[in-house]
Ligand binder design. Structure first.
Ligand code: GLP
Length: 252
């Protein structure tokens, strides 16, 4: 796959419509895979944006007998320096917002470890890549987008061929997280993220963006020459990508 100037396919829809559409696609994937005796491998994000998708999948389990027994998940990223029980850790977010609600086995949910010893980080990242490969690769990557154009924690400057690794968080990312942490000084400076190439390896990619805060970065994601200055621009080279965004984010 080469870096592409192709436009990013866009579906304008409300947040509720986007949640239903993405959850429906994921449910179809899970059922197709189960019929074939295989696991469905999902790449999942945190943040405010995907909460409607998680709620809709929980509803589908309850009302439509959607069964998650054949699902494996890999999260995009995790803050470094946070134990799994920390209120702002992505491990805890995922457990509370999704995994515990659907009874997903912890052995089927992969998230980079926030409390891995510094000397072990590189090996931990390499192991994460191996686990994704051993699972057969990512079937479906759901992404949000940072106001600085990050995907996962691939901050501006991230290369197209980057893999799972330790990163330094961008000042915009830390400022956006400051409120949840109760102050900028409590926001970790470093994180582990799946790489751009890891994400682009997913067979299908869906990006969600809602609200006027995302308008300028969506414009740049669609119009800038693809490059590390806005990592989300690399998505335009993917063969099966779609952005689902509301009117406020699209400036319509
Ligand atoms: C977070 C995550 C991203 C997420 C983005 C946007 O920090 N690392 O995966 O997509 O920032 O967050 P939100 O959905 O809250 O706008």
């Amino acid at each position: 796959m080469t870096t592409s100037t192709a436009p990013l396919p866009i579906q304008a829809c409300s947040p509720a419509e986007a949640a239903r559409e993405v959850a429906r696609e994921i449910a179809v994937l899970i059922r197709e895979r189960r019929a074939a005796g295989r696991m469905a491998v999902l790449c999942l994000p945190t943040g405010r944006t995907p909460l409607g998708v998680y709620d809709e999948l929980v509803r589908m389990q309850r009302d439509e007998a959607l069964d998650f027994a054949n699902v494996t998940t890999f999260n995009l990223d995790e803050f470094l320096g946070l134990p799994p029980e920390h209120p702002q850790s992505f491990r805890r977010y995922m457990r509370e917002r999704f995994f515990a609600r659907i009874g997903l086995e912890p052995t089927h949910t992969w998230i980079p470890s926030g409390d891995v010893a510094p000397a072990q980080i590189a090996a931990h990242c390499a192991e994460y890549e191996r686990e994704i490969a051993d699972a057969g690769g990512l079937d479906y990557a759901l992404l949000g987008i940072g106001r600085n154009g990050h995907i996962g924690f691939n901050e501006p400057g991230s290369a197209r061929d980057s893999r799972t690794r330790e990163v330094r968080l961008h000042e915009v990312t830390r400022a956006d997280a400051a409120r949840a942490f109760g102050g900028l000084e409590f926001v970790p400076e470093r994180a582990i993220t799946m790489g751009v190439a890891t994400i682009l390896g997913a067979r299908r990619v869906r990006v969600l963006a809602f609200g006027a805060d995302k308008r300028e970065i969506l414009r740049r994601t669609s119009e800038d020459t693809p490059g590390p200055q806005v990592p989300a621009t690399f998505l335009r080279g993917h063969p099966d990508v779609r952005l689902l965004a509301d009117g406020a984010a699209l400036g319509r």
